[in-house]
Design a protein around this ligand. Structure first.
Ligand code: OGA
Ligand code: NI
Length: 216
């Protein structure tokens, strides 16, 4: 890599610059994506206000400086082929997982496939289809929120089972600032229910999770 190219990279993980295809190749792409990002982020912030209210916190609790003012907020564009999933053989569109961060807003094209498991500790696990609702997002809670709320909120275990139809979806992952300390929320612990997890920064939590999932 040439020296002037390395300069644009920020030293912070998850904060590299976007790499856009040229305007000639995909006219309007960057503008569309940036507009989508701005609007989906706005929707995500509103949902986070609702989470604060649900936790008996001030509606603007997560809007304090250092929490979500420089969020890690990224979009994953997904295309699933027309292959048929065979769960018994371990063939999935996406295997069972919960998202790592705080919340995910998922827009789908209406092709079924997404399933959730309401009780991830049950054995055997029971999977339910999520019916696509036109114009609506599916909102999944992530593991970082489960940790932050001391297990009060459970992250959503989900997977994608393909039925032979091509499928597109857009996942928007919204996580606190890299340096935000994720420490048991005051409304989620008491003397009889002490914090289950030590404090960790949002960025380091994600780095640890990625390390675990990519180690072989
Ligand atoms: C994900 C995810 C589901 C979907 O990207 O984490 O779960 O419907 N996507 O594509
Ligand atoms: Ni997911």
């Amino acid at each position: 890599m040439k020296e002037e190219e390395t300069e644009v990279w920020s030293p912070k993980p998850f904060h590299g610059p976007n790499q856009w295809p040229s305007e000639d190749l995909l006219p309007g792409w960057r503008e569309t994506m940036e507009k989508y990002h701005e609007q989906v982020l706005r929707a995500g912030r509103k949902i986070i206000r609702l989470l604060a209210l649900a936790l008996n916190l001030e509606m603007t609790y997560f809007e304090k400086p250092g929490v979500m003012d420089s969020p890690m907020a990224y979009i994953r564009l997904l295309h699933y082929s027309g292959e048929v999933s065979i769960p018994e053989k371990g063939i999935y569109g996406a295997g069972a997982h919960s998202d790592y961060g705080m919340i995910t807003l998922l827009a789908t094209d209406g092709v079924p496939g997404l399933q959730i498991c309401r009780d991830k500790d049950a054995s055997p696990q029971v999977w339910e289809d999520v019916q696509p609702v036109p114009g609506a997002f599916v909102v999944n809670l992530g593991d970082m929120l489960e940790r932050w709320s001391n297990g009060l909120f459970r992250s959503t275990l989900h997977r994608v089972i393909l039925t032979g139809e091509e499928r597109y979806s857009i996942a928007f992952f919204l996580d606190p600032n890299f340096d935000c300390l994720v420490e048991c929320l005051p409304a989620c612990c008491s003397l009889s229910n002490p914090p289950k997890y030590p404090p960790i920064t949002s960025g380091h939590y994600l780095i640890e999770r990625y390390k675990l999932s990519y180690k072989n």
